[in-house]
Design a protein around this ligand. Structure first.
Ligand SMILES: C[S@@+](CC[C@H](N)C(=O)[O-])C[C@H]1O[C@@H](n2cnc3c(N)ncnc32)[C@H](O)[C@@H]1O
Length: 290
C-alpha cells in the first residue's frame, strides 16, 4: 500500500529526475548518437561482416591507386567510413561510401563530420549490388572472394583506367597489376583495361607508314601480330594499361619501331617511334575478335 510518506518520496524522486533531464544540454555535439551505436569488429553484415581495414593499409591502398583531388573514390561496404574519410582528408578526393547497415552508415556520416570532410564525403545507405558506382575513378573493397568475383563483370565495364584496390581478396583469374602486403595482410590493385581485342589498322598521319594489328586480349594481357607490307610478325612486349596500348616491332627495313597511344572505343591516337623520332599515328578497329 502506498502511504502518503511513500507518495511524497516518489513525487520528490520523479520531480528531481525530471529536473535533471530538463537540465541535460541538448545533444548538439557531433558525437551524439555514438552512445547508442557502438559496432564491434566481426559483427554481422548483409553479405559480409564488419571488420575495419587498419589505418596503415588504408593509406597504402589509396597511395597504390594514386588517388588525387581529381578522383571520385567509392568504398563498397563502407563500414564506419574510414576509407572515404581518408580519401577526402589525406588525398583531397571526393569520396562515397555505400553501406547496407543504416546504423553503420549514420556512424560513418558522423565520423565524416567529425573529420571535417562531410562536404566531400557522402555515405549512401544501400546495397552495393543494387547501387550505381560507375562514376568512380577508384573503387576500394574489403569484402569476400565470391563478392569480388560477383562485382567483376560490372567493374570490367567501368571506364578504362579506373583503379580497383582490394584488401585481402583477389579477382580469381584476373591477375592484379600490383600486389603488396602490410603486416600480414595482402592487398591488390587492378587497372580496368580498355577493350583492345580485334583488328586494328594503324596509319601514320603525315606519312606513308601503314600496319594492321590483330590483337587478342585476356583482361590486361594483350598479344598479337602486326602486318606491314606483306610481312607479319608477333608484337614485341605489348602492354595495355587502362586505355594506354604500346608495342614494339621491327619494320621491313630492319629498324626497331614502336607504337604507343590511347584507345578510345574503336579509335586510337598515338605516336609511331623510330629511334628518337616520333610521328603521329591514328588507328581504327576494323573488326572485332572472332
Ligand atoms: C569487412 S567490412 C569493410 C569496411 C570498410 N570498407 C573498411 O575496409 O574498413 C564490410 C562492410 O560491408 C558492409 N556490407 C555487407 N554487405 C553489404 C552490401 N550488400 N551492401 C553494402 N554494404 C554491405 C558490412 O556491413 C560492413 O560494414
Amino acid at each position: 500500500m502506498i502511504t502518503s510518506v511513500n507518495r511524497f518520496i516518489l513525487l520528490f524522486a520523479w520531480t528531481a529526475a525530471a529536473a535533471a533531464i530538463a537540465q541535460t544540454p541538448p545533444p548538439a555535439t557531433p558525437e551524439y548518437g555514438d552512445e547508442f551505436y557502438r559496432p564491434h569488429s566481426g559483427q554481422a553484415g548483409k553479405n559480409v561482416v564488419w571488420v575495419p581495414t587498419p589505418d596503415e593499409l588504408v593509406q597504402k591502398m589509396l597511395r597504390s591507386a594514386k588517388v588525387t583531388e581529381k578522383d571520385v573514390v567509392y568504398d563498397l561496404g563502407a563500414g564506419d567510413g574510414k576509407i572515404p574519410i581518408a580519401a577526402a582528408r589525406d588525398f583531397k578526393a571526393r569520396a562515397i561510401g555505400i553501406e547496407y547497415n543504416p546504423e553503420m552508415a549514420e556512424l560513418a556520416r558522423r565520423n565524416a563530420k567529425r573529420a571535417g570532410v562531410d562536404d566531400r564525403v557522402k555515405i549512401i545507405t544501400g546495397d552495393i549490388f543494387e547501387s550505381d558506382f560507375s562514376e568512380a575513378t577508384v573503387v576500394t573493397l574489403y569484402l569476400l572472394p565470391d563478392l569480388n568475383y560477383k562485382l567483376r563483370p560490372t567493374i570490367l565495364k567501368m571506364k578504362p583506367g579506373t583503379r580497383v584496390v582490394s584488401h585481402q581478396f583477389n579477382m580469381r583469374d584476373w591477375e592484379a597489376d600490383e600486389t603488396y602486403t602490410e603486416g600480414y595482410r595482402d592487398a591488390y590493385l587492378w587497372i580496368v583495361p580498355a577493350q583492345a581485342a580485334g583488328r586494328w589498322t594503324f596509319k601514320e598521319e603525315k606519312g606513308e607508314w601503314l600496319g594492321t594489328a590483330d590483337l587478342s586480349q585476356v583482361f590486361q594481357r594483350v598479344g598479337g601480330y602486326l602486318t606491314v607490307g606483306n610481312k607479319s610478325q608477333p608484337l614485341l612486349a605489348p602492354t595495355l594499361t587502362g586505355d594506354q596500348l604500346a608495342f614494339s616491332f621491327v619494320d621491313p627495313d630492319g629498324q626497331a619501331r614502336s607504337i604507343r597511344g590511347k584507345i578510345n572505343g574503336d579509335n586510337f591516337e598515338g605516336w609511331l617511334r623510330l629511334s628518337t623520332y616520333d610521328t603521329k599515328v591514328t588507328g581504327t578497329r576494323t573488326a572485332l575478335p572472332k
